[in-house]
Design a binder for this molecule. Structure first.
Ligand SMILES: Nc1nc2c(ncn2[C@@H]2O[C@H](COP(=O)(O)OP(=O)(O)O)[C@@H](O)[C@H]2O)c(=O)[nH]1
Ligand SMILES: [Mg+2]
Length: 373
């Protein structure tokens, strides 16, 4: 575990922020944080059933997670799977018209053109070979093809058990995508796995962002390296990496300000962040993770492509699957980028983050009873 002793000679200067931290006190910072749009606690509509499901520890029954995932995907399932169930399949089996209906349903769930074409072509082949005469057979067939499509990108984040250097995760993405929230969720998860975690408040654009991370870190006993608003993001993250290395931290997660791939100056800033980190550890960041908001639909696909082209991504996590009927975006991203999908966010609560598992995802989406493949 990390050494929180501030007199540790190896601890780098975070003096401005630390002085301020001492002045303002935890309660007032927490209050400020609660006034921002960002929430790391479950919302009130969470029921008793959810509470049983909120643990991230190993001994939680898998069915709890699955129920939660299913609930999270409610809106996509409603438009998509219910549509499939009510699809009229002619007495001659799947015909051009019903295929077109499937196509429309896939597109309306934001599965995207390429993935939709692939899936409907496969359906057509199956219809020719073995016949598809009812909606259950149709859903079974789609399930298999959808799982095949997602299987290559279901590559969970692997953090080495033993390393003398921190594993560094750099979070990037547009404003409001869920970077900071996901950092909180991940920090909790890693701690539950017995790893020590440190956070770097690399979003130096807004005071609220730094405050949010600091208050969260204090509340959860996770050290946060921060400087004042407006500081150079690369220097905050550089300091954090030396602090994490000195303290023998297992995982350092760096927050960054929201940006779009079209903002050249901000993209250059990210490159600088990566460059300065590499000076300390040529392998850092070990994971450049793009956070994608599922509810923005096809724009998410575009962002994934552009960020990967400009910065180079190791993985993607998709948030807000619970609040959208556009959950099909994962298929589009999988088909068109092939980038590993690490985690999915299905709620605002700290435990609403799942490792992306393609079988469970497709089962939940298609309203299958359990996640057994
Ligand atoms: N419903 C839902 N909301 C989320 C999820 N992830 C993040 N959010 C919310 O999205 C908003 C923006 O999140 P934030 O982490 O501040 O985004 P950032 O600007 O990328 O750091 C907050 O209100 C979060 O609670 C999710 O998986 N589901
Ligand atoms: Mg943020």
């Amino acid at each position: 575990m990390w050494n929180k002793d501030k007199t540790d000679p190896n601890t780098p200067e975070t003096s401005e922020s630390e002085k301020e931290e001492a002045k303002t006190g935890f309660m007032s910072r927490l209050k400020k944080t609660l006034n921002t749009e960002i929430r790391l606690t479950p919302r009130k509509e969470i029921t008793d059933a959810d509470i049983q499901d909120t643990s991230t520890t190993e001994d939680t029954p898998k069915v709890g997670f699955f129920t939660r995932l299913k609930r999270g995907l409610n809106r996509t399932r409603q438009t998509f799977t219910n549509g499939l169930r009510h699809l009229r399949i002619g007495s001659q089996g799947l015909n051009a018209e019903s295929l077109e209906d499937v196509e429309t349903l896939l597109l309306s769930a934001d599965v995207g053109i390429e993935a939709t074409l692939l899936l409907t072509e496969k359906l057509q082949e199956r219809a020719k070979k073995t016949g598809i005469n009812d909606s259950e057979t149709l859903i079974d067939a789609l399930q298999e093809d959808m799982e095949d499509l997602l299987a290559p990108v279901a590559q969970p984040l692997q953090i080495p058990e033993k390393s003398d250097k921190p594993f560094v995760i750099l979070m990037i993405g547009m404003n409001g995508a869920g970077k900071t929230t996901t950092i909180g969720k991940l920090a909790k998860r890693f701690q539950a796995e017995g790893r020590s975690v440190m956070l770097a408040a690399g979003d130096t654009f807004r005071a609220a962002a730094v405050e949010q991370l600091k208050a969260w870190g204090e509340h959860n006993d996770v050290p946060v390296i921060a400087q004042q608003t407006g500081a150079d993001s690369a220097s905050v993250i550089f300091d954090a990496l030396s602090a994490a290395t000195a303290r023998g931290i297992d995982v350092l997660i760096a927050d960054t300000a929201g940006r779009l791939h079209t903002q050249d100056n901000l993209m250059a800033e990210l490159e600088k962040v990566k460059r300065v980190m590499a000076k300390q550890d040529p392998d850092a960041p070990h994971e450049t993770m793009l956070i994608l908001d599922a509810s923005i639909g096809q724009n998410a696909l575009n962002q994934a492509k552009q960020f990967h082209q400009n910065i180079g991504l190791n993985g993607i996590s998709v948030t807000k699957l619970d609040g959208t009927a556009k959950g099909g975006i994962l298929f589009a991203v999988a088909k068109e980028t092939g980038l590993p999908i690490r985690f999915i966010g299905v709620g605002e609560g700290v435990d609403d983050l799942r490792v992306f598992e393609h079988n469970a995802f497709v089962h939940a989406l298609l309203d299958r009873d359990d996640e057994a493949a």
